[in-house]
Design a protein around this ligand. Structure first.
Ligand code: SF4
Length: 898
């Protein structure tokens, strides 16, 4: 089997998950499939051929799953499934059970419909017959089957957890719903009634709580997805005018593909909104721009990301110019292939779009404007590449500064701008908290993670909306447990081949899908239909189960609404994926019709199906206005542009202090993830920290910082024995100030240190520490073995040493803390050292204890959380980027002047 493709990787992961969820050993799969193949070996028809093929593939996959489990064991890593499986194994030990029973007299299992088979088995092992246990759950809310939750657990609970006398556990109804109005609940009851009684709680009927009133239900059907999104935005604006706060409105989508047009309409109407979950965030334009830049930084072959950047709001390269560059890349590819002759894998030799952009001078016919913008783009990319060793949060922040999205949003008077800023802050927080399961938090690992999240159909990350007064946009799966005054459910549409809601296209059949364990080995086999030899009949029965799963999802989303529920659909949708086309309509699904036909439902609009797809014309309209003008219409506030206004403001020597209102006036959100540099900044001056991290002001790219970047990069390569890869001329390309003489002097200074030629234990090592509610991240320059044992942690500085280190010592303290807590070193096994290449000095210190460091760090983080950002002027003001804007700093500098 070709176990190299992404499909096969996902098959292995799925089969491994199934093994964990059902406590099945991969060898049991092999045994089952071998026996099964033996049984059907004489059946030679076509259908049997498919089944035989799946069985054979599964035997091979099971072998890979076994090797995968061994590899995890060898690396001493666990995934979520392993944790449950191992906990279940531990629960076999009678001593563990006795200890559990001695500590807990009763057990209450909440949301039991969300448990998987392995969890139920573990609980059963811990709680023998007669033990007082209560499970609370609702089989109609079993919506996580795709990630292992089994409906069987709740339905079989009365037989599995029997009373002391062997009788079944009792079922106590909890039918009064304290959330939704009566009409909404009646609709929910009718919708779920289509599920077979064998797969529901017997006789369950939701009853409403009198005080909640009737509630209203409405439907809308529009010609196309954009019109549906506009209708939704209009409905929200109207509801808000009638007094519903933004935060009490939610748009709950079956699929992430519905987000983009809705978000566009919300922005157009200045409706504040928040997209919940990383998968949704990755669809926001401001985040797409940043991620595209990071993707191109990581891999120049990411042509789609590069094209998005070039066409995006920062560089605005028109189609014509972009086509010329693409043609240049194609011509280069052709000529490369001709020169290299027949290749086994010609894809390995590709002249990427990025290379054509880098060599834009050679592309004929480009407009002057495009040339200037491409030159700027190349400069930005070069500068960012030189900084790619930085910790991820810092790198992302710099990338963000360079695309200028934050400045644009800050200058935007739109009410939607704060939501966009919030999206970005949220996304940066997620980057800061990123930790791969294995290896280091590198840019490559981050991009792989983001790619996986973007490709996943369902949101694979838990997410919680904030308390901000904004409309919440999220997937239905994320909305479980939440409630809102107004809930809008878009996309109740289904076509002949494409489906949005319900979507039964994911129906799988273990007899033809090798990535699933055989149904007979499942712990919940009894809720599955029996395979009697007729594959199409069996598939139809599985589709009924899948349709029921979708119905439960619909039931869950309907019951999120307190007072008003609006269900919408359209006839035409933008295609999703490679197999859908703009020529295939969907139209309202049976769910939409069932709601429309429910008594007393308000029909907002019910449009006929247009024969032609209106989205084709909409796309054409957008294409016609492209390329947009490089300069937008003059802004009333900044008629000469924001950059000119900033330059003019900086020229004022005595700025108007009223431009800088008291910081306490509007405290913005405090970041949960901080890097070591920002902690040092806080220790130097909380006000400087405020302007660097909390509400960043533009700052200059300093020569010192650029030199520092290059020197670190060179020393790291030197430590690996690859010093010659970076030569003095390389430095010249990174900026005119990085002159050869300076670099030669610093390199010589490094070679004179006692560390030159000594291989470090580790270099440029990322670290991540959890301190209270914060994550502190950084990167240790180098760690060397001490002569008498232990470690010496070294931080390279390209400048001169100060008379005495102050706040800078925090940097070494944090590294010492990491060495103690991550690698288990004792304080007396550590030395921490600054090496100043600028004046060829070094300062070495013994490490402080983890307790001492944590106490001080806690103090600083608590002060940050409490919003304490007073200025503490001192010598650091001389090098502070913000001294022009800081009255305290200017006063200190004036008093200090000779
Ligand atoms: S100028 Fe001085 S006091 Fe003002 S923010 Fe900078 S370091 Fe702090």
């Amino acid at each position: 089997m070709e176990a190299r493709t992404l499909w096969h990787v996902s098959y292995v992961r799925q089969l491994a998950d199934d093994c964990s969820n059902h406590l099945v050993d991969p060898r049991e799969i092999v045994a089952w499939d071998e026996q099964f193949l033996e049984k059907i070996k004489n059946s030679a028809d076509k259908i049997a051929g498919k089944i035989v093929e799946a069985s054979k593939k599964r035997i091979e996959l099971a072998g890979v799953v076994e090797a995968y489990q061994q590899a995890k064991e060898a690396r001493r890593v666990l995934d979520y499934g392993d944790q449950i499986r191992l906990a279940s194994e531990i629960a076999r030990d009678p001593r563990v059970v006795a200890d559990f029973l001695s500590r807990y007299r009763f057990a209450l299992l909440d949301e039991y419909q969300d448990t998987n088979i392995a969890q139920a088995k573990m609980l059963k092992r811990l709680m023998p017959d007669g033990y007082p246990v209560m499970a609370v759950g609702d089989p109609d809310q079993n919506i996580y089957a795709w990630r292992g939750a089994s409906l069987h657990n709740l339905l079989a609970f009365p037989e599995q957890f029997v009373l002391g006398d062997g009788s079944k556990a009792r079922i106590l109804p909890l039918e009064v719903n304290f959330r939704s109005g009566a009409r909404i609940l009646s609709l929910a009851n009718e919708l779920i009634d289509h599920v077979s009684p064998q797969r529901r709680a017997a006789d369950k009927v939701l009853r409403h709580f009198e005080d909640l009133g009737q509630g209203t239900v409405a439907v809308g059907l529009w010609p196309d997805q954009s019109a549906e999104a506009a209708g939704i935005a209009a409905e929200i604006a109207r509801a808000h005018d009638e007094g519903i706060p933004w935060r009490e409105i939610a748009i709950l989508c079956r699929k992430k593909r519905l987000f983009a047009p809705i978000v566009e309409e919300l922005r157009g109407r200045d409706i504040p909104f928040e997209v919940i979950g990383l998968g949704g965030l990755l669809k926001m334009p401001e985040v797409i721009d940043l991620v595209s830049l990071l993707r191109v930084l990581e891999d120049p072959m990411r042509n789609v990301a590069l094209a998005r950047l070039l066409r995006g709001p920062r560089w605005r390269i028109g189609h014509r110019d972009l086509a010329l560059i693409a043609r240049r890349a194609a011509e280069k590819n052709r000529s490369l292939k001709e020169q290299l002759g027949d290749l086994d894998a010609p894809g390995d030799v590709i002249f990427s779009l990025a290379e054509a952009v880098a060599a834009a001078d050679e592309v004929e016919g480009l407009s002057d404007e495009a040339r200037a913008r491409l030159a700027h783009f190349n400069a930005v990319l070069t500068e960012l590449r030189a900084q790619s060793h930085l910790p991820l949060p810092e790198l992302a922040q710099r990338a963000l500064d360079m695309i200028g999205v934050v400045s644009e949003l800050d200058a935007s008077p739109s009410k939607a701008a704060p939501a966009a800023r919030h999206n970005l802050a949220n996304f940066l927080d997620r980057i800061a908290a990123f930790q791969p399961l294995e290896g280091e938090p590198t840019l490559g690992a981050l991009i792989e993670w983001l790619d996986a999240i973007e490709e996943a159909d369902e949101e694979i990350e838990a997410a919680q909306p904030t308390d901000e007064d904004s409309v919440k946009v999220m997937t239905i799966h994320q909305a479980k447990g939440l409630e809102f005054d107004l809930v809008i459910v878009p996309g109740l549409a289904r076509g002949r081949r494409s489906q949005i809601f319900p979507d039964i296209s994911r129906t799988w059949n273990a007899y033809t899908s090798p990535q699933h364990i055989p149904t007979d080995l499942r712990g919940d086999a009894e809720v599955f239909p029996r395979f009697m030899g007729n594959l199409s009949q069996y598939t139809d029965e599985l589709k009924v189960r899948q349709e029921e799963e979708e119905r439960r999802l619909f039931y869950v989303v309907v019951t999120r609404a307190r007072h008003r529920l609006v269900c919408t659909a359209a006839h035409w949708y933008y295609p999703s994926g490679m197999f859908e086309a703009l020529t295939e309509s969907l139209g309202p699904s049976e769910y939409w019709r069932e709601v429309r036909d429910f008594p007393e439902v308000e029909v907002i609009v019910e449009s006929d199906a247009p024969e032609e797809n209106p989205l084709i014309a909409r796309r054409a309209e957008r294409a016609q206005v492209w390329p947009q003008p490089a300069k937008r219409a003059p802004d009333a506030l900044f008629p000469d542009g924001l950059a000119a206004a900033v330059t003019a403001a900086r020229a004022i020597t005595t700025p108007d202090e009223s431009l800088f209102p008291p910081i306490e006036a509007a405290p913005p959100a405090r970041p949960r993830a901080l890097n070591v540099t920002s902690i040092v900044t806080y220790a130097q001056c909380p006000k400087k920290f405020y302007w660097s991290v909390i509400r960043p002001l533009p700052r200059q790219s300093s020569r010192a910082a650029r030199i520092g970047t290059v020197v670190h990069s060179w020393i790291e390569q030197e430590g690996k024995g690859q010093g010659t890869l970076i030569e003095p001329e390389d430095f010249e390309e990174r900026g005119p100030e990085l002159d050869q003489a300076t670099m030669t002097r610093l390199k010589e200074a490094f070679r004179k240190t006692r560390f030159s030629g000594v291989p470090p234990v580790m270099a440029e090592r990322p670290i991540s520490l959890v301190v209270g509610n914060h994550i502190v991240q950084g990167r240790m320059d180098a760690v060397f073995e001490r002569a008498g044992g232990g470690w010496e942690i070294v931080d390279w500085k390209s400048g001169r040493g100060p008379e005495e280190e102050g706040a800078e010592r925090w940097q070494l303290d944090l590294y010492a803390l990491a060495a103690q807590e991550i690698w288990g070193k004792k304080p007396d096994e550590l030395t921490v050292t600054f090496v100043y290449l600028g004046d060829e000095t070094e300062r070495a210190y013994p490490a402080r204890t983890a307790d001492e460091i944590r106490a001080e760090l806690d103090g600083a983080l608590t002060a940050i959380a409490a919003g304490k950002f007073e200025a503490t002027p001192g010598p650091q003001c001389r090098f502070c980027d913000f001294k022009r804007d800081c009255a305290e700093g200017r006063a200190w500098l004036a008093a200090d002047a000779p």
